[in-house]
Design a protein around this ligand. Structure first.
Ligand code: YRO
Length: 310
């Protein structure tokens, strides 16, 4: 066993790194690059019942401090990812599937089909999915989130995870965690999705930089690391029976280490993977090993949740 290897939901991972859903995971070409990379695992693009083209371009832009996107859920439809999951070599590395139905009914259809396929793939349910128009996304509407989890976990009784947007208020951490804790088969919580509805402005052109939603979009990268660490740690403290996957602002091995300290068991890479490509996983693993060596840690399980307070 190498220094970076770990276990999660009964699966063995060579290292804690994977892509954030949405990055390098739309089709078999993208996913093939993740398969052959030095990631410990990888996840498919959030899927819907039917394939979607997504929003008009430009719909993603990198900035010196991160990225903004309003992709609009472009994906090949859940059947495509389920076929890849059927063909996946699970002895090479574990595979996650992200599911983001446009309604509770759509999620139930997808979850039943995935259940009946009886694969080792691990489902991450994206709770940033649309709700009734005029209402916030599911994860910002706690009654809708509770109803979604009740219905999904009733049909799909194997362990699942939920992808959460960031919260910014202690009362919201408390309420979200209390809801998640009512569902024992919600085995992991991935924190965080992009910080929603930000606006990047280009001074020279006096313009927005992405076309959809008058330039509004979710931000990732350097902008979000402290928010991501807070959300990882908030759910790690409140949900002791669950695992947490860290996502947000990871660009160096040091950032991976900080997510582990905050309580993450695995760590996802979004914007930095989009900008650097799948070669980033070899660099992050090397940087993390060097940091663990310098600090005298024998493995990453020793680091998890060891954040000190003052
Ligand atoms: O635009 C997207 O496909 C997207 N971008 C993100 O940063 N996070 C997401 O979860 C998604 C898909 C879900 C949704 C925002 C389109 C409802």
């Amino acid at each position: 066993m190498s220094k970076l290897s770990t276990t999660f939901l009964g699966h063995t991972f060579a290292n804690p790194l994977m892509n954030a859903s949405g990055v390098y995971c739309m089709d078999a070409t993208d996913l093939g690059a993740l398969h052959t990379s030095d990631s410990g695992s990888y996840i498919t693009k959030s899927c819907t019942l039917e394939a979607r083209a997504g929003n008009p371009e430009p719909r993603y832009r990198a900035t010196p401090l991160g990225s903004i996107n309003s992709m609009g859920l472009p994906n090949k439809g859940y059947g495509y990812y389920l076929d890849l999951a059927r063909a996946h070599d699970y002895s090479h590395k574990p595979l996650f599937m992200s599911v983001a139905g446009l309604s509770l009914a759509d999620n139930l259809v997808m979850m039943r089909t995935i259940r009946d396929a009886n694969l080792p793939a691990i489902v991450e349910l994206n709770l940033s999915c649309p709700n009734v128009p005029g209402k916030p996304q599911i994860a910002y509407d706690f009654a809708a989130m509770d109803a979604m989890l009740a219905a999904v976990t009733k049909e799909y009784t194997r362990p699942i995870g939920v992808k959460m947007p960031p919260y910014f208020d202690i009362a919201h951490f408390d309420e979200a965690a209390a809801i998640l804790n009512r569902y024992p088969t919600v085995a992991f919580i991935t924190c965080i999705n992009s910080i929603g509805n930000a606006l990047v402005i280009d001074t020279e052109s006096e313009s927005v930089v992405i076309k959809p939603k008058d330039g509004f979009g979710g931000i990732g990268g350097d902008y979000v690391l402290p928010t991501a660490l807070a959300n990882v740690n908030a759910f790690y403290r409140r949900c002791p029976e669950k695992r947490v996957i860290g996502c947000g602002g990871v660009k160096t091995g040091e950032h991976v280490f900080q997510h582990l300290l905050a309580g993450a068991s695995l760590v996802q890479v979004g914007t930095a993977l989009q900008e650097e490509g799948p070669g980033i996983f070899a660099r992050l693993n090397a940087e993390l090993i060097a940091l663990l060596d310098r600090k005298g840690y024998k493995n990453i399980d020793e680091v998890r949740g060891r954040l000190k307070t003052l």
